[in-house]
Design a protein around this ligand. Structure first.
Ligand SMILES: *Cc1c(COP(=O)(O)O)cnc(C)c1O
Length: 427
């Protein structure tokens, strides 16, 4: 697989390099130089999720990794389903929250972990990341138990929810969690200092495993195929897919699936009031505003970092950005949609409800609509209970972790102390 840097096109890398580096020069994103095209989509959709996903990812990665190796990685990463749930005529929820941290990020995170292990040269790897809650859990669970990879996660002590803390600070083994006596910005700044320290960086093999990594997007392509595979041939002729978007990685993956040959009539970019992209699609002007806190907080992003990839792909395919549907939803509207779905017999949290709402407004007769449910309702229990007056139950994995002991160590906002921690986990 060959990829190039969108900002500095002369920088060309392999899959291995792109996975290890994350970002290119000048903070440029990597993008595939060539995209394979599947001719017989119907036959591909006949296959089961795991073998089909292995085929798709192997076609993308090419001869850099043997097909059997890719199949093994997929098998390790995708140990949970992505089922469709019909909420009413012509409208389906694609449930992406059946992984260990109950959000779609498990697919990308786990495949990235497998990819990093597969392309490592046997040297030390230390994943260092700061979290204000959810990314920490996805990273911790994705790398949990992997040999030769140590994970250090910093978070602000007392500033994440107790349940979030329990979800990733109870694992042990190669997952090291550090509660910093300060705020999230201090955690991020410590991480940055570590990456700026070249000596430390090579000594412990620092890697950020961040959300911009191409291996994540590649994994996410697979569940769009899995969704189509669960529809009848007629239903998938006129398929419209609504994606609740923050950094726009999920939508990028959907568009890549279309580029590989998946028949999708139209995608819809659905956001909360952090609507930089819908406004841009309307006016042609890129004008981010300060980020606003909403009940769909995983989408509180005003400068979506994957957007350049969507521009790049649309340019290559000459799709025209005007073909992309769009819509922005307020907290009141998303709450109304959570209630509407509940009345239809479907429990949904605000991120998924936003995608449902915009889909519902824009679906035309003869079309089949699909909205992505990116998180389990229990993950946003407070908001959902508040909207519905309910007391929803925690699913097994969350309930289990809530009972376990915290294993975090405490640390002051002190770079020298962080260095000690990083050296200790690698000795
Ligand atoms: C991360 C996240 C999103 C946004 O996905 P992007 O790929 O960043 O657009 C939506 N919903 C949930 C629950 C998330 O965790």
């Amino acid at each position: 697989m060959k990829l190039y840097n969108i900002k500095e096109n002369d920088e060309q890398v392999s899959f291995s390099q792109a996975v290890r580096q994350g970002l290119g020069r000048n903070q440029g994103l990597f993008f595939p130089s060539e995209l394979p095209k599947f001719d017989n989509i119907d036959a591909l959709l006949e296959e089961e999720f795991i073998p089909r996903s292995a085929k798709i990812l192997s076609a993308l990665i090419g001869d850099e990794l043997p097909e059997e190796k890719v199949a093994e990685m997929v098998n390790q990463a995708f140990q949970f389903p992505a089922p469709l749930n019909k909420v009413k005529d012509h409208t389906y929820a694609l449930e992406l929250f059946h992984g260990p941290t109950l959000a779609f990020k498990d697919f990308g995170g786990r495949f990235m972990a497998q990819s990093l292990a597969a392309v490592s040269d046997g040297g030390k790897i230390t994943i260092l990341t700061a979290t204000s809650g959810d990314t920490g859990a996805a990273v911790a669970h994705a790398f949990y138990g992997m040999e030769n990879i140590q994970v250090v996660i910093l978070y602000p002590k007392g500033k994440i929810s107790p349940l979030q803390e329990k979800l990733f600070c109870t694992l042990g083994k190669n997952i090291h969690t550090v509660a910093i006596n300060s705020d999230f910005d201090a955690c991020q700044s410590l991480v940055k200092q570590a990456f700026d320290d070249q000596t430390l960086r090579s000594e412990v093999g620092l890697n950020s495993a961040n959300s911009i990594n191409i291996s994540r997007l590649m994994a996410q392509i697979c569940y769009y195929f899995e969704a189509a595979a669960q529809l009848s041939k007629e239903e998938r002729e006129n398929l419209v897919v609504s994606v609740p978007s923050g950094n726009f990685g999920n939508l990028t993956a959907g568009l890549l699936a279309k580029a590989l040959g998946l028949p999708v009539k139209r995608f819809i970019a659905s956001t909360n009031v952090n609507d930089t992209v819908p406004r841009y699609l309307e006016t042609g002007e890129w004008a981010p505003k300060p980020t606003i806190a909403t009940t769909s907080n995983a989408m509180d992003v005003s400068q979506p970092n994957n957007w350049p990839r969507i521009e790049e792909l649309s340019g290559i395919k000459q799709w025209g950005l005007e073909t992309l549907g769009k819509g922005a939803v307020t907290d009141e509207q998303s709450a109304a949609s959570v209630r509407e779905l509940h009345a239809l017999g479907y429990l949904c949290e605000p991120h998924g409800a936003i995608a449902y709402r915009v889909l519902n407004e824009q679906l035309q007769p003869g079309e089949t609509g699909l909205f992505l449910c990116t998180a389990h309702p229990a993950k946003f229990k407070d908001v959902v209970d508040d909207i519905l007056g309910s007391d929803i139950e925690l699913p097994g994995p969350l309930a289990k972790h809530a009972e376990m002991a915290l294993l975090s160590q405490e640390m002051d906002d002190d770079f020298e102390a962080l260095k000690k921690v990083l050296r200790a986990v690698q000795s």
